[in-house]
Write a protein that binds this ligand. Structure first.
Ligand SMILES: *Cc1c(COP(=O)(O)O)cnc(C)c1O
Length: 358
């Protein structure tokens, strides 16, 4: 605290990202990074872009990348917004599209950055409890279920940290029933087994779908995310961006993301490998008595009936394995474990086996 702090800063509760510790022989399964490297084409493009000279400013509108993303999804460039990681895209969406008189709705158990943005931008919100199976119930988001209409809705699909996905029909139902509000679907993990709501964009002007290159494209360090939606929603994001930072994506990020997008074979290969490893991991955990939620993401959410989440996470850490455990009351005994390569999943399972045998 300092008397020089603004009232906003005094009231902030910043988001705490998963740690990036320096431990020998570390197995890092705590931030859902991809266990495989990015496309070599992306690395080559980044090298070429660096050699070409960083003397000049990048294209402030990232037109080439936005055009490439538009073509990839069968959209127009005016329907695409890019940002410095999808966290920045989300932040702009909160300020530009989700701040209204009616409360913003999101699940009680979800990406913990959402309440942080509400604090930063002074947005009223209400959390909607997941059901007893940790599922989002679409009917809870219908105007008929509420006394005040929602001013906005945001959901990750699949949800984080549960990994459970809604179907396209369920997303469609929520978007159709709330024409008064923007519905943001945060598809950070969609490529690992859920259906993308991008296909609904032609029918809905109040839908914004947000993607990232950090998870399925193995480029968390490059910081590239994007949103697709009706041109009017995209213009709102651009207005905020151009009132904040003209050049959010640097030259290397624009070049690397374009090249990564063109390497569909690599993208599919690593997504398929991770889905396969997830199967092994889930099976191994269940054999050890874990309750594992059905995951459509590159992580699993699991608890052991006989061990607390804190004690398991601490014991794994002593073996150099970092997983995530959240303090939230309903999920305090769950571990969120990123799906690694097969050998990494096996090391985790073997270590858990030793810990549980003690
Ligand atoms: C990882 C993640 C993001 C943000 O990723 P960026 O690295 O900022 O693109 C957004 N939403 C959810 C739910 C995530 O898990």
């Amino acid at each position: 605290m300092s008397r020089y702090w603004s009232a906003v800063v005094q009231g902030l509760t910043p988001y705490v990202p998963g740690e990036q510790p320096k431990i020998h022989n570390l197995l890092k399964l705590n931030t859902n990074e991809n266990p495989y490297g990015p496309s070599f084409r992306a690395l080559e493009a980044i090298r070429a872009a660096a050699a070409d000279g960083l003397r000049r400013y990048p294209d402030p509108e990232s037109d080439a990348l936005r055009q490439a993303l538009a073509s990839y999804h069968g959209l127009q460039r005016e329907q695409v917004f890019v940002g410095n990681g999808s966290d920045e895209v989300l932040a702009h969406a909160f300020q530009a599209l989700l701040k209204h008189d009616g409360p913003l709705l999101f699940p009680d158990i979800t990406y913990s950055f959402y309440p942080t943005y509400c604090g930063l931008y002074g947005i009223k919100y209400e959390t909607v409890p997941l059901d007893t199976d940790f599922r989002i119930q679409p009917r809870d988001y219908l105007p008929t279920a509420r006394s005040v209409p929602a001013g906005g809705i945001i959901l990750p699909n699949p949800n984080a940290p549960t990994g459970i996905a809604l179907t396209l029909e369920q997303i469609d139902g929520i978007v159709s029933a709330n024409p008064q509000a923007v519905v943001v679907v945060d598809e950070a993990y969609v490529d690992f087994g859920a259906e993308s709501a991008v296909s609904l964009l032609s029918r809905h002007h109040n839908l914004l779908v947000v993607h990232t290159f950090s998870k399925s494209r193995a480029l968390a360090g490059l910081r590239v995310g994007y949103a697709v939606g009706h041109p009017a929603l995209i213009e709102a994001l651009a207005r905020v961006k151009n009132s904040f930072n003209s050049y959010p994506l640097d030259t290397l990020a624009q070049a690397g993301a374009m090249a990564a997008l063109q390497d569909e074979a690599h993208f599919r290969k690593i997504c398929t490998a991770i889905q396969k490893s997830r199967g092994l991991l889930v099976e191994g955990l269940q054999q050890q008595g874990f309750v594992v939620l059905p995951s459509s993401a590159n992580f699993v959410f699991a608890r052991h009936p006989k061990r607390s989440g804190v004690s398991l996470a601490a014991a794994l850490r002593e073996h150099g394995i970092i997983v995530r455990n959240f303090g939230h009351p309903r999920i305090e005994h769950f571990l969120r474990i990123t799906v690694g390569q097969d050998a990494e999943c096996r090391r985790l399972l073997d270590t858990l086996g030793e810990i549980l045998a003690q």
